[in-house]
Design a binder for this molecule. Structure first.
Ligand SMILES: Cc1cc2nc3c(=O)[nH]c(=O)nc-3n(C[C@H](O)[C@H](O)[C@H](O)COP(=O)(O)O)c2cc1C
Length: 263
């Protein structure tokens, strides 16, 4: 990678991607780069002249969330700017890095490499397996370290994904269909007894899809099931009824708030 400055644009639901993006930023800083990390959904991510773009998103429905796609689709012309990509996942990426590479290439970015990292499960966990989760995080950090090295020496790869499948899932993920389907199957609900009416979920929701109704949180029609509200509700009042699970988040609430610039 030639660029000295790097801007990493990150989308995260429950913090897995934020954790790995920060780990990668740290590795790149250790290699002498000037790296900043910014959330994709809060206004513009500043892209100074000559800075490389690092994109970090979760895998969702073998692609990524609409909030992340909106950012990718609205990126300005690359003009030869270097770009790299990481995604975190439960274990099946479906070649989702391919369509992202294509969009960036069409916009004139220079793709350097992509990495998909398996992280602790963030959905429907019956228990939190601390031992297994620490191992995945440790392996993830090691993979990120190696990826930073490959980015530096120019040996990183970025595949075009799986023929037909990844193009299809990317197209699907752009519309509401998979998210409406998912939400229809596993709606997210607020327990009014437990909701303290703090409004944090409203601030956190990347789709601005949560309103306060009579002092309690109410989820609207545009949920992309990213689980951020479920993960960070201080009173654990948001869940998927019918899918009893333990609250999971990969980073603390303070870290999430500071990343999003919420005070
Ligand atoms: C709605 C939803 C869909 C998901 N789809 C996939 C998927 O297709 N493949 C996969 O490997 N993991 C999938 N996952 C797991 C996430 O990719 C994984 O937990 C990721 O690390 C979450 O990152 P985050 O904590 O930054 O949101 C999905 C998770 C959710 C909540």
């Amino acid at each position: 990678m030639k660029s000295e400055k790097i801007v990493m644009a990150v989308f995260t639901g429950t913090g897995n991607t934020l954790l790995m993006a920060k780990a990668l930023a740290e590795e790149l800083r250790n290699g002498g780069k000037d790296v900043s990390v910014a959330p994709v959904e809060r206004g513009n991510v500043p892209l100074p002249e000559g800075a490389a773009l690092g994109l970090a998103v979760p895998v969702a429905c073998f692609s990524t969330y609409p909030s992340a796609w909106r950012f990718i689709d609205s990126l300005p012309d690359g003009g030869g700017r270097e770009a790299f990509f990481i995604a975190t996942m439960g274990g099946a990426g479906g070649g989702m890095e391919g369509p992202i590479r294509r969009v960036l290439e069409l916009k004139g970015y220079k793709p350097l490499g992509a990495l998909l990292v398996k992280m602790p499960g963030n959905y429907g966990n019956k228990i939190i397996n601390t031992e297994e989760n620490s191992k995945r995080e440790k392996d993830g950090r090691e993979a990120v370290k190696q990826f930073a090295r490959r980015l530096s020496d120019g040996s990183a790869n970025w595949s075009y994904g799986k023929p037909i499948l990844s193009k299809f899932t990317a197209r699907l993920a752009h519309g509401r269909k998979p998210w409406n389907f998912f939400y229809g199957m596993f709606p997210i609900a607020v327990d009014p007894e437990r909701c303290a009416g703090c409004g944090l979920c409203q601030k956190l929701c990347p789709e601005q899809n949560i309103r306060m109704d009579g002092g309690k949180s109410a989820i609207g029609e545009r949920c992309e099931s990213c689980q951020r509200c479920v993960a960070f509700c201080p009173s654990g009042a948001i869940s998927v009824p019918g899918k009893p699970s333990v609250q999971y988040r990969a980073v603390g609430i303070e870290s999430m708030l500071s990343f999003l610039g919420i005070h």
